[in-house]
Design a protein around this ligand. Structure first.
Ligand SMILES: C[S@@+](CC[C@H](N)C(=O)[O-])C[C@H]1O[C@@H](n2cnc3c(N)ncnc32)[C@H](O)[C@@H]1O
Length: 174
């Protein structure tokens, strides 16, 4: 799996810092949940630790300011699905200004999106994951990365626990 040499994590962090400089708080309630940010260095570290062979399309279900998608697009095609229009607009603007043309964003309720095209799902969950267990297409062959220890799937098969910095993340086959 090749990474894009053109853009560095530092440049993504700089774009995120510029966006956050205009905010009162780096979190808020959105139409479907709570926005809080993963740490970009940890997301990069996490993706470096996962075997991405055979992965072609990453999706962040609830992509917030788009950070995980911007970072994942250094490795592969990546889509963010986020219900908050302002966060989607900011994510798209950062992807465009950075020239990350493998990053795309959809403003939608991810519980209503067909997940068939994606083979690596990422979630920093703000609620229990039973909804995902219910909507994954039959026979879906991808894997799920869960950032943080708070909510874990109960129906999926645990593959690995990975520490990204100090944050416990888990990898699942569904
Ligand atoms: C804890 S934040 C994680 C943001 C981002 N993934 C990250 O790593 O920084 C959870 C995000 O999921 C979004 N969200 C929650 N439920 C959603 C849904 N059903 N459809 C789309 N977005 C959702 C929230 O608006 C919020 O931005």
């Amino acid at each position: 799996m090749s990474t894009s040499p053109a853009i560095s994590l530092a440049e993504i962090n700089s774009a995120l810092a510029e966006f956050h400089a205009g905010l009162d708080e780096p979190y808020k309630m959105t139409p479907a949940g709570m926005w809080a940010c993963s740490k970009s260095e940890e997301v990069y570290d996490l993706l470096e630790q996962v075997d991405l062979g055979g992965c072609s399309h990453f999706a962040d279900l609830g992509s917030g300011d788009g950070r995980a998608v911007l970072i994942a697009s250094l490795f592969m095609r990546a889509t963010g699905i986020e219900v908050d229009p302002g966060l989607v607009q900011a994510s798209r603007a950062m992807a465009e200004s950075l020239g990350l043309n493998r990053a795309e964003f959809v403003c939608a309720d991810c519980r209503k999106v067909d997940l068939t095209p994606f083979d690596l799902l990422f979630l920093y969950p703000d609620k229990p994951l039973n909804w995902l267990e219910e909507i994954l297409p039959d026979g879906w062959k991808g894997r799920l990365l869960v950032y943080g220890p708070y909510f874990q799937p109960t129906e999926f098969t645990h593959i690995n626990t990975i520490y990204a910095g100090k944050t416990m993340c888990t990898l699942w086959r569904c």
